[in-house]
Design a protein around this ligand. Structure first.
Ligand SMILES: Cc1cc2nc3c(=O)[nH]c(=O)nc-3n(C[C@H](O)[C@H](O)[C@H](O)COP(=O)(O)OP(=O)(O)OC[C@H]3O[C@@H](n4cnc5c(N)ncnc54)[C@H](O)[C@@H]3O)c2cc1C
Length: 390
């Protein structure tokens, strides 16, 4: 009998019973709620909006936060496994979970006032309120420190001006966490409610990647918010980067989920597809590709699991996360492209999930720090020399 599945190294044995249960429940949820409709949403360029509340009911949003704020105090490994399973479905769904959990709920919990926490976190955990994280600008992507968005103090208010672009959920967010420089040039986080005068939330269309995800722009023109809407403990760019660290960690697992879906599809196709009188899985060059995919998935799982355990011990460093994000997204996109190749012409159709994953992973490779940027972060760590400006 041949080996089935993707857990070649029996990594399951290294998970707790609770972690396995969460992973299995999420997998069943994805099979029932996401897979039947996701291809249609991808083609129609729509996010399944009703899903936000369902994801909340399932406990997937901000699961690592304390119960009093709507979380369940889940481990970081459990959070990673949820990301893996959601992205087995679609990167857009995992992106929704990452942004809500790591990029908006986490900073409100970590850097926010008690009033801000009470106001937003329980509703966000249930998916009743949606958040977005506005850091990137049209002219400042990899180098957010150069941002032009300003928050000018005016009595009891801040007045924000600037544009944030490529922001997941920008057009549907009930609360936008915008990073801006204050009068002292200090970067801070500012919460802007939907409907605030001077804030425009615009969707970006015609994407060929992450089509089942909202992406948009936040345009602020003399947008006036109370001083109480500033996150009191978010000081400098490092606060924003700490949130990205959590999201990047989840992405390292998520990308593996997409890779697993592609590998499993390619394996079962290769066993069925007969050319030259044999299933193509029986040819050496096809086996070489399948073995490479499974090996890289296994190595990626070990990397993410190890970093997850370190995070749960509060012992992981942001450069560890850079290594996992850089490695796992790169291998995921290569696995997805190889799987596409193994399906021949069938690989380009919507009958199989592979081409959708290939296209999605192009965004995952770019957002939350491009591959080059993670190489520079790691390069600085091991040489002590920064090859970039800040
Ligand atoms: C679908 C999607 C959703 C997104 N969601 C969000 C979000 O929710 N919030 C948010 O704030 N942002 C979001 N982003 C933006 C994303 O984080 C940026 O696109 C990313 O940081 C890269 O910035 P850029 O696109 O401006 O590329 P650039 O920074 O212009 O980079 C272009 C190329 O130059 C390379 N490069 C840049 N500097 C260097 C260097 N010093 N050395 C070597 N190479 C370099 C890069 O690696 C890249 O290959 C999203 C992007 C996408 C595609």
């Amino acid at each position: 009998m041949s080996f089935q599945g993707v857990d070649f190294l029996q990594i399951d044995r290294m998970l707790s019973e609770e972690e396995r249960m969460i992973r299995d429940e999420t997998r069943t949820f994805v099979e029932r709620e996401i897979l039947p409709t996701i291809e249609g949403h991808f083609e129609a360029h729509t996010f399944p909006d009703a899903l936000s509340k369902v994801l909340g009911e399932q406990g997937y949003l901000g699961s690592f936060l304390p119960e009093e704020y709507g979380g369940s105090g889940a481990s970081y490994v459990a959070y990673g496994l949820v990301c893996q399973e959601l992205e087995r479905g679609d990167s857009g769904v995992r992106s929704f979970c990452s942004v809500q959990s790591s990029l908006v709920m986490l900073p409100i919990w970590k850097f926010g006032s008690e009033e801000q926490r009470r106001r937003w976190l329980p509703d966000m955990a249930k998916g009743r309120a949606i958040g977005c994280f506005g850091l990137t600008e049209p002219d400042f992507g990899s180098n957010p420190n150069g941002m032009l968005t300003r928050a000018r103090r005016d009595g009891d208010h801040y007045v924000l001006n600037g544009t944030k672009r490529w922001i997941t959920n920008a057009d549907i967010a009930d609360v936008s966490l915008v990073w801006a420089k204050d009068d002292q040039g200090q970067i801070g986080g500012f919460l802007i409610d939907r409907g605030t005068a001077g804030l425009e939330q615009v969707e970006i269309k015609r994407k060929y990647s992450l089509r089942a995800s909202h992406t948009g722009e936040l345009i602020m023109e003399d947008c006036r918010i109370p001083v109480a809407n500033r996150l009191p403990n978010a000081v400098g760019l490092k606060a924003a980067l700490q949130c990205l660290d959590s999201a990047r960690y989840g992405i390292s697992w998520g990308a593996l989920g997409a890779a697993m879906a592609c590998y499993e599809t390619a394996l079962s196709y290769a066993k069925e597809r007969v050319q030259f009188s044999r299933p193509i899985a029986g040819y050496q060059m096809v086996q070489e590709k399948l073995v490479w995919m499974l090996t890289e998935i296994s190595k990626g799982q070990l990397l993410s699991l190890h970093i997850g355990r370190l995070r749960d011990m509060a012992a992981s460093h942001h450069t560890h996360v850079s290594m996992a994000k850089m490695n796992n997204v790169r291998i995921a996109i290569e696995i997805a492209r190889t799987a596409r190749e193994l399906l021949g012409a069938s690989g380009i159709t919507a009958e199989y999930p592979i081409m959708r994953h290939v296209m999605n992973l192009e965004s995952v490779l770019t957002y939350e720090g491009t591959e080059n940027i993670h190489k520079l972060i790691l390069g600085k760590e091991i040489t002590g020399l920064a090859a970039f400006d800040n």
